[in-house]
Structure formats: C-alpha cells, structure tokens
Design a protein around this ligand. Structure first.
Ligand code: CMC
Length: 426
C-alpha cells in the first residue's frame, strides 16, 4: 500500500499506510510530531486507532459485529456466555473438556472472600450497584495480590469473571435487605447469577430455562465492542502497568456514565416519563432535536453504527420472545416501539443516521425478568467483563504498546507574572 503524503508549511511528510485483516486502512502518524512538530487533533478519538486488535471486528456501515471472526448472530443463538467469554479471552472456542473445566472454575471462583462480603455493610443502603462494583473490584487487588505473576493470570481472570456477578448480586440483595445465598457449583454462569440474585436460603428457587437462555443471550451481546469508552479506559489504565483489577475497576467507572452503559437505565426512565405524559412520542422526538433542551433520545445513536446496531436487532426480537414466554405484557414495550417508529421517520434522525442501539430494548427484557432498574448497568458490566479482560491481556503483549499519553493543544493564558507582593490565596 502506498504511503500517504502530508504537506505542511512547504514540507512533505510520508505517513505509512497499512490495512487490517478486513481491509480497514490506517495512516501511521506516530512519528509525525517528531518529524514536523505538529500533532493531530481528534476530540473524542472518533478517527483515531489507538491499537491493533485481533479481538472484535465491527463494520458500522454494514451493521456487522464479530468476536474473533464469529458473527454475533451465530454466537447469540448457539453459544453460552461462558463459551463466548473463553473465546474472547483465549482466541479460540474451547473444546468440550476445556469448556467443562472453565465452567467449573467459574463456579468455584464465584465464591468471594468473606471479608469482601463484609465490606458491603459499609455502603449506604441505596448505593448504586455500579459504585459498589467499581469499589469492590478495585478492592480485589488487595485481597488477591501477585497480580504481576504471569502464571497467576488465569486465576485472576477466573476470579474477575466469577466474582463480578457475586458482587453485583450481593449489592442488589443488600439494597433490598434480603439475605445472601452462596453460589452453587453445579449451576452454569447465568443460572448461578439468577440464583444469587433471586434465590433465598429459605425457599427453593428453580432457575427458569427461559430466563437462563435470555441471560446468556444478553450477556453474549454485551461481551465486547472493541475500543468503546470503558474498554479504552481499561487499556489506558493498564498501559501504565496497573494491575488487572484496578484497570477493570476504572472501566466500570467509565461504563457507569449515561452516554455509555447507564443508557439502559436511562431508557426505562425516559419511557416511563413519556408514558406518564400520555405517550406523545412526537413531543419527545422534537425535544431531542433541540440542542438547548439537554434531552437526547436515550438508547438512540452510536459512534460506530450508522445503519443499524446488530445487537439491537437481536434484542428487539428477544424482548418479544421473552415477554411472550413469561406471559408479561409490558406497556413500555409499546411505548418503545411507538417512539422508535416516530424517530426512524424523522429527518433529523435519518440525516444523522441515528438508530436504536443495544440499550434501547435491553431494559424491557431486564424488567420482565424481574431486575430493578438500577441493576441494569451492573448487568452490562458483568457482560462486558470478558471484553475488558481480553483487551487488557492483549494490550500487555502488544509489541507496539506504550503508556497511553495523548497530547493536547494548549489554549490557556500565555506566560504571565505572579502579582507582586499580593497573596491571592489569603
Ligand atoms: N438524540 C438526539 N440527538 C442525537 C442523539 C440522540 N440520542 N445521538 C446523537 N445525536 C445527534 C447529536 O446532537 C449530533 O447532532 P449535530 O450533528 O447536529 O450536532 C449528531 O447526532 C452526532 O452526535 P454525537 O454526539 O456527535 O455522536 P457521538 O458519536 O459523539 O455520540 C452517543 C454517540 C451514543 C454518545 C450518542 O449518540 C448519544 O448520546 N446517544 C444517547 C445515549 C446512548 O444511548 N448511549 C448508549 C450507546 S450504545 C451502548 C454503549 O456503548 O454503552
């Protein structure tokens, strides 16, 4: 491939061009500043490749999402979350025996340190599960040291995958004042999660196969999404050689924002508001178009997908199936469909290619399954854990890897003298 040429102040600079396995082209500008003194400016990194990665491929124009080459539609239909997690982290699908051992390990590592359980007592009762999750995952670094040892890495991976669901479930139990139950070694990953959330020591709780399958589908759809905000945060934190727990905890913080993972909670709150206001979809679509209204259609739009979000397509279908199978009639599903219909025919949304994203329908399923709204983003975090881990591990082995340290264009005051004899701090 020919190098690109950049002309600046009468000089020409060669920018090496290269392509990935799906022919996406990149210009290597890593030497540009040293050669020319100029940097590139790309707020929000919408046009910046921060790494080479072999984990997930997205084509936003065609609505394609693949993990390690496997289309998301096929994984969502045929795989389980444990198997998909293994695929993302280790690069290949496990054979039967490897998967059996991996599932056993995950059940085993769902038991978290008792002292960590006691830490939960010190959060306020109404603590948001995402804050609790970020804190306790960071705390795992102190309970499970030796995170620099290469031969301990598989153990840390399993502890994170197993532990995150127990911490999330316990934070929910704590918030409703319900007793904790211990994980069960004979349950699969998602069945165990449902047991931890809804099981009680006093009564039998049999995990419904419908909920188990729906949970697997939802977590698979969330398992990775290449260089999204939280994953980039994990890679950025890890680039300083911070340990995996601290790096993932930073990612959980990034996921908790309403423009990212918390959008699933915000969608339900928005749909409830529209419903309470008489279901006037046009009013809210119009409001979202007004820049000064500070209102956006939550669950709409995406940095990468400009045609449709393939995850949203699967989730919409799954929402219909799950609600029918559970015999739940949720009026919010009708509100969501009505709002989508109006937005998709509106010029503002058409011109900007704004479509429902993964968060638009996921909350409706979570509600039907019995999850409280403030648990939705924690479920996203449980799903995204394999992606964060896979990227952190890939980042560490990257031959081009360096500490992440972007530049800036300074726009503040130029040098000025400190006021003589005055003490501004007094
Ligand atoms: N409602 C109304 N207008 C929107 C929306 C929306 N949901 N999303 C984008 N726009 C408009 C935006 O105002 C801008 O208009 P203009 O070109 O006239 O200034 C244009 O579309 C481009 O938007 P942007 O903010 O520059 O796009 P972005 O790539 O920086 O942001 C996004 C992507 C997902 C943050 C944004 O679409 C958004 O805020 N959506 C709502 C929150 C949401 O659903 N987030 C979940 C994302 S998917 C799951 C995940 O990654 O967590």
């Amino acid at each position: 491939m020919e190098n690109a040429k950049l002309q600046l102040n009468g000089k020409t600079y060669d920018l090496p061009a290269f392509a990935g396995s799906e022919n996406e082209v990149a210009l290597d500008i890593s030497k540009l500043r040293a050669q020319s003194g100029a940097i590139t400016y790309d707020p929000g990194y919408g046009n910046t490749g921060s790494c080479k990665s072999a984990i997930t491929f997205i084509d936003g124009d065609l609505g394609i999402l693949r993990y390690r080459g496997y289309p998301i539609e096929q994984l969502a239909e045929h795989s389980t979350f444990s198997e998909t997690a293994y695929l993302l982290i280790y690069g290949e699908l496990p054979n039967k025996e490897t998967l059996r051992r991996f599932r056993e390990d995950l059940a085993h590592s769902s038991f978290i340190h008792e002292k960590m359980v006691r830490l939960l007592d010190h959060f306020p009762l109404n603590a948001h599960p995402m804050g609790v999750l970020a804190s306790l995952v960071a705390a795992m670094a102190t309970f499970y040291p030796n995170h620099g040892d290469e031969d301990q890495m598989d153990t840390h991976v399993r502890r994170l995958l197993g532990g995150v669901k127990t911490i999330a479930a316990y934070s929910y139990k704590q918030s409703i004042g319900a007793p904790f139950v211990y994980p069960k070694r004979d349950l699969g990953y998602c069945a165990n999660l449902l047991w931890l959330l809804f099981g009680t020591p006093a009564e039998d709780y049999v995990v419904s196969p419908i909920l188990d399958r729906a949970m697997n589908t939802l977590l698979i759809l969330h398992a990775d999404h290449e260089q999204n905000c939280s994953t980039s945060t994990v890679r950025m934190a890890g680039s300083s050689q911070a340990d995996i727990y601290s790096s993932v905890s930073a990612g959980i913080g990034a996921l908790s924002g309403p423009l990212h993972g918390r959008a699933n909670q915000e969608v339900i709150e928005m749909l409830e508001m529209i419903q309470a206001d008489g279901g006037n979809y046009k009013k809210y679509v119009d409001l979202a178009k007004k820049k000064d209204s500070n209102f956006r259609l939550m669950g709409f739009g995406h940095r990468v997908y400009k045609n449709f979000d393939p995850r949203a397509k699967i989730i919409k279908k799954t929402a219909d199936e799950v609600l029918t199978a559970l015999g739940v009639r949720d009026p919010l599903l009708e509100v969501a469909k009505g709002l989508e219909e109006v937005a998709l025919h509106d010029d503002f949304f058409i011109e900007r290619k704004l479509y429902p994203n993964v968060d638009f329908y996921s909350g409706i399923i979570y509600r039907a399954m019995g999850f409280p709204v403030n648990m939705f983003t924690a479920l996203f975090a449980i799903g995204r854990m394999p992606g964060w881990i896979a990227h952190w591990m890939e980042m560490r082995k990257d031959p081009d890897g360096r500490i992440h340290r972007p530049r800036q264009i300074y726009t503040g005051p130029t040098e000025r003298a400190y006021p003589n004899g005055k003490t501004p701090r007094a």
